[in-house]
Design a protein around this ligand. Structure first.
Ligand SMILES: *[C@@H]1O[C@H](CO)[C@@H](O)[C@H](O)[C@H]1NC(C)=O
Ligand SMILES: *[C@@H]1O[C@H](CO)[C@@H](O)[C@H](O)[C@H]1NC(C)=O
Ligand SMILES: *[C@@H]1O[C@H](CO)[C@@H](O)[C@H](O)[C@H]1NC(C)=O
Length: 413
């Protein structure tokens, strides 16, 4: 009996001792409440972007190297020096309470430790602490590629306290210029339009036990990096070559409509060139399920070249009929007798009409020749219309395409 009681006593003692240890540890580095446990601790935040880059469209991430600045009040840090006190030793820093802010959309992040831990901390005589450190982040940025490569992107930088709700810790941006960036940042792919600040304060849910959870309202800071893709590369690399390929396919309308192999092979060559061009652009892009602006352009160019092929099919069908009637006319004419007085060369530039001319014509053959001439003229008129229509429709398409995609979204939203 007594041994059991002793056991119970020891157990209770151990629990209370353990509890006291935890609370003693907590008191080692308490969150500064500055004499008013009800009021939230005001933490101010800001950063300076030193460098930016490495946008990977397939992974939808980018890297950002920044100097972080934070400031808060800790009454226990008041001192009697006339100047700010500088803390620049990692061991001392480890003993000081720091806001538990983290980057919610960072995949990875690290501090710089060469040659020493990169940070500084100033403590004013009133106990205001300013802490600065350098971090490199790999941030997620969801790219909407619908307008690619004429797109505008907004990448976010989200800063939230991990454990403290808003009533304990109120995080806000510095009042003046909280986000600044190095003016020398020059991205190969993007122009920086703006780097704005906003808040994303919200209610987040966190689990307590297997069937209960708690909701807390957290302060959340939102940095917005607004980017515009540089068009130059894509203009030279995709749009102009594609447009030229389409223009080359129109040469077909000026080639003799009897030259079937020349016109067919020209259309097919341009079609193939276009599809290899299109493969190049898809390289280094994620396989998104929607069509991008460049896909529409390629699609329409493809349709235009396909249209050239169809136009030739129509021309060729008229020409075959013309040839048929011509042959019939020649057969009748040779049965009727009489030799052609002119035999036009097949490859000649002569635009229309039969290839042979007779001094005196049979009535039936004249009728057939007239029919042949009519079909041949029809084929020519299709070619002539196409010479005008294709460039015009392509120009109209371009006007609408560029008007639609070059509109700039407002900077503020
Ligand atoms: C600062 O000076 C005041 C008055 O001179 C004194 O009461 C206080 O203890 C000093 N504080 C520290 C941290 O030395
Ligand atoms: C939090 O900080 C902001 C900006 O400094 C201030 O406007 C707001 O009143 C603060 N909220 C609380 C609960 O202290
Ligand atoms: C959670 O589960 C415990 C027992 O597992 C039960 O006693 C309690 O009522 C449950 N709470 C809620 C909110 O369902």
């Amino acid at each position: 009996m007594t041994s059991n009681r002793w056991l119970l006593f020891f157990l209770l003692l151990r629990i209370t001792l353990a509890n006291r240890d935890v609370f003693r540890l907590l008191q080692d580095k308490p969150m500064p409440r500055n004499g008013n446990p009800k009021a939230p601790l005001q933490v101010h935040f800001g950063f300076y972007v030193e460098s930016l880059g490495n946008f990977r469209a397939t992974e939808m991430t980018y890297d950002m190297d920044m100097y972080l600045y934070m400031s808060w009040q800790d009454d226990s840090m008041r001192h009697n020096e006339t100047e700010h006190v500088l803390v620049n030793d990692k061991d001392i820093l480890d003993k000081i309470w720091l806001p538990d802010l983290y980057f919610a959309n960072a995949r990875t992040a690290y501090f710089h430790k060469v040659t020493v831990h990169n940070f500084n901390m100033f403590i004013s005589p009133q106990g205001t602490i300013s802490y600065g450190t350098r971090v490199t982040l790999n941030l997620a940025c969801n790219l909407d590629l619908k307008d690619y490569p004429l797109d505008y992107q907004t990448c976010y930088i989200k800063v939230i306290s991990y454990a403290h709700v808003k009533n304990e810790m109120n995080v806000s941006w510095f009042p003046n210029d909280p986000i600044r960036f190095n003016p020398e940042i020059d991205l190969p792919e993007f122009h920086i339009r703006a780097l704005d600040k906003d808040y994303c304060n919200g209610v987040f849910l966190y689990t307590l036990t297997h069937n209960s959870s708690r909701v807390g309202e957290f302060s959340c800071l939102l940095g917005m990096l607004k980017l515009k893709r540089a068009i130059g590369f894509h203009l030279v690399q995709s749009y102009i070559p594609t447009g030229l390929i389409v223009a080359i396919s129109w040469v077909s309308f000026w080639i003799d409509r009897r030259a079937v192999p020349a016109r067919v092979s020209l259309s097919f060559t341009t079609l193939l060139t276009l599809s290899t061009q299109g493969n190049g652009i898809r390289y280094a892009l994620p396989a998104v399920s929607y069509a991008k602006a460049i896909d529409y352009f390629y699609g329409v160019c493809m349709l235009f070249i396909f249209g050239v092929l169809l136009e030739f099919a129509a021309v060729n069908s008229y020409m075959r009929r013309a040839n048929k009637y011509n042959h019939m006319a020649e057969k009748i004419q040779s049965a009727y007798g009489g030799k052609p007085i002119i035999a036009a060369d097949y490859d000649s530039d002569y635009e229309e009409g039969p290839t042979k001319y007779y001094g005196n014509l049979n009535k039936n053959s004249a009728h057939l020749m007239y029919k042949a001439l009519k079909f041949s003229r029809k084929a020519l008129s299709i070619d002539k219309a196409a010479r005008f229509a294709f460039p015009c429709v392509f120009a109209i398409f371009n006007v609408f395409y560029w008007l639609y995609y070059l509109r700039e979204p407002p900077l503020m939203d």
